[in-house]
Design a protein around this ligand. Structure first.
Ligand SMILES: [Zn+2]
Ligand SMILES: [Zn+2]
Length: 436
């Protein structure tokens, strides 16, 4: 194989002297070269697998060799080995294992198809029922490989899915009824060093569509009280919408329980941290030597965030005295009860912030006077706010007070309205003729 010596191209060639057609040809030819080189590498990997080369050099498997030598990530190494073993014959112990995708291998060796094509075909072959006879299976593989020579990987994906559906129907027609396989769903998560939860997963088509349906209205841009544009980028709006969905789910009355309790976060914080900033003059929270507020025992959060959490939601706050003794283990009695919520829903209908459209079942019950300062959980001290506006009220100069008519007034900060005229949300209460 004298290929590398006769490579027609080298970096730094005088491409500015090539005409346009030559550039197009060169693009095609370099792509062929890359693909053929990948196919050759696959042959090498299969040979390494057969001969136990990794073990000779102290590696666990071929993937580990690739990851280390090529300096790529594990998923990439895995994919290369998977392609290599699908396209090439290799031995495992005393067994000779034939290439599962010979027609694909031939197209790859010619440089006619790329790695994404191969991944698509290998995936379809892997999902093919075991009952399909080998000869028939190879026939399907050839069809897909031929298609890959002249189509995009997405088209090969589609063809693969159709093929699997047809095979499935044929088999249903031929054999005894099989139980329906469970829908393909998975969800993985991990905490990173910044105490953020990173989530990845996949959903079947129906659940996926439901996910989009639920998330998309929540993720719509939301105008400010004076019609200011929502400047959050789309991924942030999706993240906010997802967080809101979780918050809403936690409020559902009939959530399944674990050990007799509905899922609730436990918030541990010092008494001093409960007192809002203007009282202490500082808002980094937490005095020296004291433990920062913790969620579920080991997740520190800022004091300002802790006060927001403690205001509503089904968080159970455990308030600690100066020597760390539990002063008050708040239970749900501290929070708005179901009849109260219902009455609150009738009064406010939804978030009371001007312009907001979140209905009552998406809202927190905010304490107009902080509960840590003796503000009761009575109807006249509770106000419905959606998650976003609850946060805004706690972390901005907007305030809320109860008006003489027993309904909440939102008071804008002086920089927004020098006279600080009270505002109301007219989404749920259209402006009616003055009844007072
Ligand atoms: Zn609040
Ligand atoms: Zn709102």
């Amino acid at each position: 194989m004298s290929e590398p010596a006769s490579l027609p191209f080298a970096p730094g060639a005088a491409w500015h002297r090539a005409d346009r057609a030559a550039l197009v040809t060169a693009l095609r030819e370099t792509e062929t070269m890359i693909r053929r080189a990948q196919a050759i590498q696959g042959e090498i990997l299969a040979e390494m697998q057969s001969r136990g080369v990794p073990q000779t050099f102290g590696y666990a498997d071929v993937e580990a060799v690739v990851k280390d030598l090529v300096r790529c990530d594990r998923p990439e190494a895995k994919a290369r080995v998977r392609r290599a073993l699908a396209c090439n014959e290799y031995t495992e112990g005393a067994h000779r294992i034939a290439a599962s995708a010979p027609a694909t291998a031939a197209a790859y060796a010619e440089g006619a198809i790329g790695s994404r094509h191969i991944d698509s075909i290998v995936k379809t072959l892997a999902e093919m029922p075991g009952a399909v006879p080998e000869e028939e299976r190879l026939g399907y593989e050839k069809i897909l490989a031929d298609l890959a020579r002249e189509s995009s990987p997405a088209a090969v994906d589609r063809a693969g899915r159709h093929l699997l559906e047809r095979i499935e129907q044929d088999h249903l027609a031929r054999g005894p009824a099989k139980p329906l396989p469970p829908p393909p769903r998975e969800l993985n998560w991990a905490w990173n060093r910044d105490r953020q939860l990173c989530v990845a997963g996949r959903l079947d088509a129906v659940s996926g569509a439901l996910f989009e349906k639920l998330l998309s209205p929540l993720a719509k841009p939301r105008l400010g009280p004076d019609g200011e544009r929502d400047t959050r980028p789309i991924d942030q709006r999706h993240g906010d919408a997802f967080a809101e969905l979780l918050d809403h789910a936690q409020r559902a009355a009939d959530l399944p329980t674990e050990a007799g309790e509905t899922p609730a976060l436990v918030l541990t914080m010092n008494l001093a941290d409960l007192i809002p900033a203007q009282r202490t003059g500082s808002d980094g929270g937490t005095m020296r030597g004291q433990q920062p507020p913790m969620v579920n025992g080991d997740m520190p959060i800022p004091a300002s965030e802790a006060r927001l959490l403690a205001c509503d939601s089904r968080v159970i706050p455990a308030v600690l005295g100066s020597s760390g003794e539990v002063l008050d283990l708040g239970r749900e009695t501290r929070l708005a009860t179901t009849p109260q919520r219902r009455a609150l829903g009738l009064r406010d209908r939804g978030c009371v912030f001007p312009g907001c459209t979140r209905p009552s079942n998406w809202c927190h019950a905010h304490h107009a006077m902080d509960w840590s300062q003796g503000g009761s959980s009575d109807l006249n001290n509770l106000i419905l706010l959606c998650g976003m506006h609850h946060r805004l009220i706690h972390h901005s100069e907007w305030t809320i007070r109860m008006a003489a008519d027993g309904k909440p007034d939102c008071i804008p900060p002086p920089w927004l309205d020098i006279k600080q005229r009270p505002r109301r949300n007219h989404t749920f209460h259209p402006i009616a003729p003055d009844t007072s």
